[in-house]
Design a protein around this ligand. Structure first.
Ligand SMILES: Nc1ncnc2c1ncn2[C@@H]1O[C@H](COP(=O)(O)OP(=O)(O)OP(=O)(O)O)[C@@H](O)[C@H]1O
Ligand SMILES: [Mg+2]
Length: 459
């Protein structure tokens, strides 16, 4: 695991050191050019001094140049100085160092500076054309003055090394400050770590984002969202356990009493009657069990297993599964819907949803009634309607029928009041709109479900 401080330092130091290297190289070249400029000017001064001291006497060129005069022109004495005077026209040597390298290009009116090697040393040379007028014809001479380059190089090195050391010190100081800044910046996170460590295992409240650096807030928010999901999940589990134990207690007590009663029977027929009621109770208990499991499945917080489905096929299958129940109550159960209607959802939950609605319609519609399940598609949205001609739900009860364990006041059929609560939770999880539609005839119940628009098929 990389430490944030090391990461920052690496990202900052490596490029900065590379930049420092480039800057030192550029600085060296620039300082060298400036040193050349300054020293060249002095060198030219020396050449001009020599020029001034040239004269023609009795047709002979005379140079009155004591060495001291040259030495005086120099500000430092670590470099060796060489000079030479020759005729410009034919290069005839007059005075100085005869083998001093001549300029490679012809001299004009401007002095010429160039680098050369002399006696194994790098030298800088200035050459200029100088006219001397004597008693005879004016003569043009080449005056060259050269010097070794130690002083310039030393000056350049000094300038560059001083500034490079300064820059390095600055970089080191910046690195130190970054380390310090990171430590201070992370201090609130350390406090947060201690707070979280000290928390109770059941404490699933959100972490306060006010005391952490702004950059970390999205992370804390994500953790808070996760914790909130955990809290919902754990609340749902607690609710489920409470519901399950409450709902199973009664049917199990009844079952136990029935079994006890059956055991006391000696007569085969009487025992058969009791066992039949045990069978019915077992079915009812099984239904409650299934409902509780559906409730646990549809709880918010649990991820859904979404699939692409054909609602027509799913609803038809569920309706046909209820045919026996409808027949037993002499209810005419019909299904309307021919074309496939695509929806997305978790198949188990959608089956449970249809099952609960049709079960209600059959349970509450008196014998001889009609129940119709209708699937259609309108404006790209799937519609499912469960319509019966039973007693309907009175308007004042409608807001409450989706609550868990709520049962209508005039309800006679067996039930626990979980069916519509399950339907509502499944609808919420799938963003399905659910409405109790008023039947124009004023009798019966019509429950309408409308799915969110399906994505257009990919071209
Ligand atoms: N089709 C219907 N016709 C008339 N009343 C209905 C219909 N469907 C539901 N109800 C009323 O709404 C109440 C709540 O229904 P819900 O399905 O939630 O519970 P239940 O049917 O009583 O029990 P459970 O479905 O858990 O066995 C019912 O008790 C009933 O009064
Ligand atoms: Mg019901």
């Amino acid at each position: 695991m990389t430490r944030l401080r090391d990461l920052l330092l690496r990202w900052l130091l490596v490029p900065t050191l590379a930049l420092w290297l480039i800057s030192a190289t550029v600085g060296y070249l620039r300082s060298l050019a400036l040193a050349h400029e300054a020293y060249d000017r002095t060198l030219l001064g020396s050449a001009l001094v020599i020029g001034e001291r040239l004269s023609v006497q009795s047709g002979q060129i005379v140079v009155d140049l004591p060495y001291a005069a040259l030495a005086m022109l120099r500000t430092d004495t670590q470099d060796s100085i060489f000079y030479r005077v020759a005729t410009l026209a034919d290069g005839r040597h007059i005075t100085g160092y005869a083998d001093l390298p001549p300029p490679s290009t012809p001299l004009g009116s401007e002095p010429l500076f160039y680098d050369a090697t002399y006696k194994g040393q790098h030298i800088r040379v200035v050459a200029l054309a100088w006219s001397v007028v004597g008693d005879s014809q004016p003569q043009t001479l080449t005056v060259q003055v050269a010097e070794t380059m130690d002083a310039r190089r030393q000056l350049t090195r000094r300038i560059v090394s001083e500034s490079a050391v300064m820059q390095l010190l600055l970089i080191a100081a910046a690195a130190g400050l970054i380390g310090l800044g990171v430590r201070r910046g992370l201090a609130p996170l350390k406090r947060l770590r201690d707070d979280v460590r000290a928390r109770d295992a059941n404490d699933l409240t959100s972490i306060d984002t006010h005391r952490v650096p702004r950059e970390v807030v999205p992370l804390i928010n994500a953790i808070n969202v996760h914790t909130e999901r955990q809290r919902q999940l754990s609340d749902a589990q607690a609710r489920f356990i409470a519901n399950a134990s409450h709902q199973l207690k009664t049917p199990l007590t009844v079952l136990r009493a029935q079994v006890d009663h059956a055991l006391q029977q000696n007569d085969h027929e009487a025992m058969r009657t009791v066992v039949q009621s045990v069978h019915q109770s077992t079915q009812a208990t099984q239904r409650v069990m299934n409902q509780l499991l559906s409730l646990a499945r549809s709880e918010p917080g649990r991820p859904l297993d979404i699939e692409a489905l054909d609602l027509t096929a799913l609803a038809r299958e569920q309706t046909f599964d209820m045919l026996a129940l409808a027949r037993a109550k002499s209810i005419d159960l019909g299904f309307e819907g021919e074309l496939p209607v695509p929806v997305r959802g978790e198949p188990v939950l959608l089956r449970e949803l249809v099952n609960n609605l049709v079960h209600n319609a059959i349970s509450y519609t008196p014998p001889g009634g009609h129940v119709t399940v209708r699937v259609s598609q309108c404006d790209g949205r799937a519609h499912l309607g469960v319509i019966d001609n039973g007693p309907g739900i009175p308007p004042e009860e409608r807001p409450r029928v989706f609550e868990r364990f709520y049962r209508g006041a005039a309800t006679s059929a067996h039930g626990t009041g979980l069916g519509l609560a399950i339907v509502k939770e499944i609808c919420d999880r799938h963003q399905i709109e659910i409405t109790i539609v008023d039947d124009p005839s004023g009798k019966g119940l019509s429950i309408q479900l409308i799915w969110p628009p399906t994505d257009p098929p990919h071209a």
